[in-house]
Design a binder for this molecule. Structure first.
Ligand SMILES: *[C@@H]1O[C@H](CO)[C@@H](O)[C@H](O)[C@H]1NC(C)=O
Ligand SMILES: *[C@@H]1O[C@H](CO)[C@@H](O)[C@H](O)[C@H]1NC(C)=O
Ligand SMILES: *[C@@H]1O[C@H](CO)[C@@H](O)[C@H](O)[C@H]1NC(C)=O
Length: 354
């Protein structure tokens, strides 16, 4: 470890930061490290329970890492037009995880959701020995009215390959809710666990039913149906809504309960995101808060939402810049199967925050 690059430094920071398993998964899920063998060696340094799982179920670790990556990508998509854009620049990202703000809540939730999703999907694809398609024999027959869109009076049966979300849910719980080392307050632990659960439920509580018709020329005399997870984009959309309506909480006197802050506020339910500290405004770069600032960000001068220049540039204004991009155009399909395109250069005016 004589000469290490800046990005490696950031990675080490996260790996050695003793309380943060999410940081580990994000570092693992980021393009920085993708050597599966080193993952287990690194987890060993963290919580004992994780190291144990790493030894007994190393294949699951790969799926957990994939799930974290899915979470990172979705977070970056959902926050692409916001001041904090979920950048996984490690040094700054680690700071976000050390706080207890809305953004932290989102990161925990989307990561737990991603892990639930990736493990469940691996089961359905037959990639893991421990699990497979959902066992449906004991399941009650589907209620026709909830399925819709079929010939009336046709027969139903569970079949196909349903997603075994319970398995993914349990694995996500084992990996993400691992007991923390001492030093973090009980309240923060409670908040993190709550948000982890909210993320898992954003997958588990929104299973959809897919069906297929059987019978001569689609006559649909019999249909088989199975449960599928929601698309991960939907999970991200839902968690962003929860982010916008997140509840501020504080610890009760016993140090074991969470109380919503403010009067006449209904208590958050299991699917809500919670936080205990107000976010910084993320306008200027600040190492302490993990803010990269918004200077140089592309904004939209006509939008009134978070992507608008007023909000994104924090009132500092913006400058116009013309960039020249190369795009594919006049694409033609040649039998079979080549698409040939011309290259066109287009000029694009961008607004960049000052
Ligand atoms: C996110 O914000 C940072 C800092 O403002 C910027 O460097 C980066 O390009 C942004 N990422 C995306 C995907 O817009
Ligand atoms: C900018 O915002 C306007 C109004 O919301 C929207 O119609 C337009 O598509 C946005 N432009 C870009 C490049 O996102
Ligand atoms: C343009 O087409 C090439 C190959 O035909 C492809 O590799 C490239 O990703 C395309 N670029 C864009 C911007 O779609």
């Amino acid at each position: 470890m004589l000469a290490i690059s800046r990005s490696q430094l950031g990675l080490f920071f996260i790996l050695l930061c003793p309380t943060n398993i999410i940081g580990l998964w994000w570092a693992v899920g980021s393009p920085l490290v993708m050597d599966p063998n080193s993952i287990c060696r690194k987890t060993k340094r963290l919580a004992g329970r994780q190291a144990e799982l790493c030894q007994t179920e190393p294949e699951i670790i790969n799926e957990v890492a994939k799930g974290a990556k899915l979470g990172v990508r979705e977070c970056q998509y959902q926050f692409r037009y916001r001041r904090w854009n979920c950048t996984s620049h490690n040094k700054y990202f680690g700071k976000i995880l050390q706080q207890d703000i809305r953004e932290t809540a989102f990161v925990y939730a989307i990561t737990s959701a991603g892990v639930t999703y990736a493990v469940t999907q691996a089961c359905s694809m037959g990639e893991l020995l421990q699990c497979g398609c959902e066992a449906t024999r004991s399941r009650a027959p589907p209620v026709p009215t909830t399925l819709g869109g079929g010939a009336d009076g046709s027969a139903w049966e569970w079949g196909g390959c349903g997603d075994d979300v319970e398995f993914g849910y349990e694995k996500s719980k084992q990996f993400m809710d691992a007991k923390r080392k001492k030093g973090k307050s009980d309240i923060r632990t409670l908040i993190d666990l709550h948000n982890n659960e909210a993320g898992r439920l954003a997958v588990k509580n929104y299973m959809r039913t897919e069906c297929k018709c059987h019978g001569l020329s689609g006559s649909c005399t019999l249909r088989t149906c199975w449960k599928k997870m929601p698309h991960f984009r939907e999970v991200g959309d839902r968690l962003l809504e929860k982010f916008n309506g997140a509840f501020k909480v504080m610890g009760g006197n016993d140090g074991k309960t969470l109380i919503p802050v403010g009067q006449n506020i209904k208590p958050p339910d299991k699917q809500d995101l919670i936080y205990s500290a107000d976010s910084p405004d993320f306008c200027l770069a600040n190492r302490k808060t993990g803010s990269l600032g918004t200077r140089g960000r592309v904004c939209n001068s006509t939008a009134m939402d978070t992507s608008g220049c007023d909000l994104l540039c924090c009132g500092r204004g913006y400058r116009e810049e013309t960039v020249i991009l190369e795009e594919n155009c006049s694409c033609r399909f040649h039998w079979c199967c080549v698409v040939q395109c011309k290259k066109c250069t287009i000029r694009k005016d961008l607004n960049l925050c000052l």
